[in-house]
Design a protein around this ligand. Structure first.
Ligand SMILES: CC(C)(COP(=O)(O)OP(=O)(O)OC[C@H]1O[C@@H](n2cnc3c(N)ncnc32)[C@H](O)[C@@H]1OP(=O)(O)O)[C@@H](O)C(=O)NCCC(=O)NCCS
Length: 340
């Protein structure tokens, strides 16, 4: 594999800590990175890291690395994406699972990892770098002016699960079927959905297959309405633990409102069958998808009831244009946020 040229901005030696951004990681380095991820996220199954980064399903992952004392002491992995930015096709990076080795924390390693990553992406013309930070890393993004927190995503909740019925009008659309494989024809449906939003990740068949069907634990219920080779709609969801209550999470929705109503009814019924007592969905309001949720009895949970806030943070060269500061411009789902 081609060696990466390290410019001064990519490799910084500060207090014995060297930070570099790499696209050409070998198996040995990936294994050491996964060892570090396991320290920070012990509850995450080993297979998840391999699925995310090791198998290179979405290409070799770009990772910012910090080294000190001959070992890797900090990593910022990422997922490279085809995205929309002000309605144009572009490249973006999602930062996931940043970690600094416990013995090397509070020395600015995290801050250097994310800034080195973003500087490199900007130099190469990437539209933006984004992440959904947790409570621990959010303050670090707030400290630096180049990172923006335009909004946090609202959580829609349906407290009482109904009978799983869809409206009479949508029953003629057929019976939702489990998805075994996403073929390229689903890209038409994804493009139609993306066409309504100037920003966000492009969900093509490769992404959907990796994200929901290749996951090592296969926790997702993925349902579709199809008309021959035509994909009319897709939903994905899974069980989560919400404040000790087994709940269903709707993590992906593609399709027109009627198809989504029919699909959500089937998804709710299947998740209820598996033990869900409530349903939730992370979704910006004011769009066809949120209107379907509202009609199905979902309501936005007041901020004070949230156990954690779903921060959305990004850094774009030239800043975030005013038109993209509003969450209504973004195609974002729980599937983007919840990558394990
Ligand atoms: C979150 C995490 C990555 C931060 O890593 P870190 O390398 O310690 O971060 P930094 O050193 O850049 O910043 C941490 C703090 O140290 C301070 N700091 C930075 N350099 C410092 C220095 N030289 N001396 C003293 N303090 C310093 C920062 O100001 C910051 O202060 P704050 O706590 O008031 O915000 C780390 O705690 C971690 O790995 N946590 C577990 C995994 C996790 O939750 N990751 C987030 C997933 S979204």
């Amino acid at each position: 594999m081609k060696a990466v040229e390290k410019s001064a901005a990519e490799t910084r030696a500060t207090g014995g800590i060297e930070v570099e951004v790499r696209d050409d990681l070998g198996d040995d380095e990936l294994t050491r990175i996964m060892d570090l991820l396991r320290i920070a996220y012990p509850a995450v199954e080993t297979g998840i890291w391999d699925w995310q980064y090791g198998r290179r399903s979405l290409g070799t992952p770009r990772v910012a690395l910090a080294r000190a004392d001959g070992k890797i002491v900090g990593v910022q992995p990422s997922i490279r994406q085809d995205v929309l930015w002000s309605g144009r096709s572009a490249t973006g990076y999602q930062l996931c699972h940043v970690v600094t080795h416990p013995e090397y924390r509070r020395r600015g390693i995290f801050t250097k990892l994310v800034s080195s990553f973003a500087e490199r992406a900007e130099r190469e013309g990437a539209a933006y770098v984004y992440t959904f930070p947790n409570r621990l890393s959010f303050p670090g993004f707030q400290r630096t002016r180049s990172w923006d927190h335009p909004f946090s995503l609202p959580l829609w909740v349906r407290l009482a699960l109904g009978s799983g019925r869809s409206s009479r009008a949508t029953r003629s659309l057929g019976v939702p079927q489990p998805v075994e494989h996403f073929d390229p024809a689903v890209d038409v449906l994804a493009r139609e959905t993306a066409g309504r939003f100037p920003a966000g990740r492009v969900r093509d068949h490769r992404y959907l297959e990796w994200r929901y069907l290749e996951h090592p634990e296969r926790p997702y219920v993925v349902l579709a309405l199809r008309d021959g080779s035509l994909w009319r709609g897709v939903v994905a969801g899974r069980l989560v633990d919400w404040l000790g209550v087994r709940s269903g999470a709707v993590v992906e929705m593609l399709g027109d409102p009627s198809s989504l109503d029919r699909l959500l009814a089937a998804l709710e019924a299947e998740l209820a069958r598996r033990g869900a007592r409530t349903m939730g969905c992370l979704m910006p309001g004011g769009r066809a998808e949120s209107q379907v949720l509202e009609r199905r009895g979902y309501r936005v949970l007041p901020a004070w009831m949230l156990r954690k806030e779903f921060y959305f943070v990004l850094r774009a060269s030239g800043g975030v244009p005013p038109s993209l500061r509003d969450m209504s411009a973004w195609w974002l789902t729980w599937g983007d946020n919840d990558i394990v």
